[in-house]
Design a protein around this ligand. Structure first.
Ligand code: NDP
Ligand code: HSE
Length: 403
């Protein structure tokens, strides 16, 4: 019997406890062993829960119990998740997590501690919710010469964008709905301001480059500035606006960015709606592969957590593990990143736009002069925007990059 302890009895912790219990026979068939949830650590008691008798409030009970083989950290946040994870790994316990914040901040340390103790540190649920993406990247595609990993990495914002712009609902109602469904972070600013997606593209970047970038070094924009007029402009261009995390590898340069992008209809990510996420890996000789599925929610995320658990039990820890180290300077300055942009200005005429940006494609807009530029570097785009503002007194209403 394999004894596990779950840290955090919230959306993911509750879903994981239910899945381990409901799928007891499948797990036994797959691994040849039974799984027993020995403890659940939380701050609160849950007297009405069928797991009420497993609730503990002191992590040391779990740490000091030699019968606990695997700790499933699904509390969220950096602390005390960091301290609990390090202590568990040093005690020779496997650790599984869905907590991308702690992986993005300390994943390198945890992998080293796990290796030193001869145990596993697994985090499949930390990126893409229920989508198997970490394992396939490590084991099936990483040997390619990868030039880009990009994805819709946040279920809450994709859900909000879909509800707002396809169904006409308000931002506030759409966010509330996402919270009620258990998709959003405890502080949903992490979702809507792009921080959560930045943590996830950080982890994916570490997998493909071997270098973990400090998340605050990633250029990050959220969805709060996207206007209805921008969505209508995208539709006129046959495109959709999606919050993307992108890691673009050009020779020695690694550009990492989270921002809303306009996607053409032939993009693999174009049709990914609602809480669904997708990760596209582009490289040679594989071309493009995409991993797609539900990006948040109790059931899908629990599925990824339990996948890690069954793999640890079934494989006897003998499988591919990621390796990466922290590297402050691994992300290149995005000023050299080249892309076309959709730009909307108030108070600028078409002639003055052309005089600054050269040939552009104008897009009909009710409230601004809107256009799509030729591909140019981030630095050039910013300089031209600043010129139009300072020389013509124009006001920038939107700028959204194109994929
Ligand atoms: P919840 O807030 O629903 O659950 C967290 C639980 O952990 C709460 O019950 C909380 O208690 C408890 N907790 C917090 N701090 C401590 C502590 N110090 N000691 C003991 N218990 C503690 O979060 P989720 O389940 O939604 O998310 C958990 C993690 O999984 C996060 O990192 C999140 O980003 C990630 N994740 C979430 C997904 C989702 O769809 N929800 C999908 C993929 C990943 P209390 O409520 O009393 O504070
Ligand atoms: N808040 C996150 C999201 C949870 O919406 O994608 C899954 O990581």
């Amino acid at each position: 019997m394999v004894n596990v302890a779950i840290l955090g009895f919230g959306v993911v912790g509750g879903g994981t406890a239910r899945l381990i219990t409901d799928n007891r026979e499948e797990i036994e068939r797959l691994t040849g062993d039974t799984v027993n949830i020995k403890y659940i650590l939380d701050l609160r008691d849950f007297p009405d829960s069928p797991f009420a008798d497993r609730i503990v409030h002191d992590f040391n009970i779990i740490l000091e119990d030699p019968e606990v083989d695997t700790v499933i950290e699904v509390m969220g946040g950096s602390h005390p998740a960091y301290e609990f994870t390090v202590a568990a790994l040093k005690k020779g316990k496997n650790v599984i997590t869905s907590n991308k914040e702690v992986v993005a901040n300390f994943g390198d340390e945890f992998l080293a501690a796990a290796a030193a103790s001869g145990v596993s540190y697994r985090f499949e649920a930390a990126v893409g919710g229920g989508i198997p993406v970490i394992s396939p990247i490590i084991s099936s595609v990483r040997h390619n010469k990868i030039t880009e990993v990009r994805g819709i990495l946040n279920g809450t914002t994709n859900y909000i964008l879909t509800k707002m712009f396809s169904l006409g609902e308000s931002f506030e109602d759409s966010l509330c709905d996402a919270q009620e469904r258990g998709y959003a972070e405890r502080n949903p600013d992490a979702d809507i301001l792009g921080t959560d997606a930045a943590r996830k593209i950080d982890i994916l970047t570490a997998l493909v480059t071997g270098k973990l970038v400090p998340t605050d070094k990633i250029h990050t924009e959220g969805i709060t500035n996207i206007r209805k007029a921008d969505v209508l402009a995208a539709e006129k261009l046959g495109m959709k606006i999606k919050l993307l995390g992108r890691c673009i590898i050009e020779g020695e340069k690694v550009f990492v960015i989270v921002a809303p992008f306009m996607l053409p209809s032939d993009s693999a990510l174009f049709g990914v709606s609602g809480v669904y996420n997708a990760v596209e890996v582009i490289g040679e000789p594989i071309g493009s592969v995409m991993f797609y599925g539900p990006g948040a929610g109790a059931g899908p995320t629990a599925s990824a957590v339990v996948a890690d658990l069954t793999e640890i039990i079934a494989s006897g820890r003998n499988y591919a593990v990621p390796t990466f180290t922290k590297d402050e300077g691994a992300a290149s300055d995005i000023s050299e990143l080249v892309c076309a942009s959709y730009i909307a200005f108030d108070g600028a005429c078409e002639a003055c736009v052309k005089s600054v940006f050269g040939e552009v494609t104008f897009v009909e807009s009710e409230d601004s002069v809107a256009f799509v530029t030729a591909p140019m570097s981030e630095k050039a785009a910013c300089e031209k925007i600043a010129r139009l503002i300072s020389e013509r007194g124009a006001t920038l209403k939107s700028r959204i990059r194109l994929v």
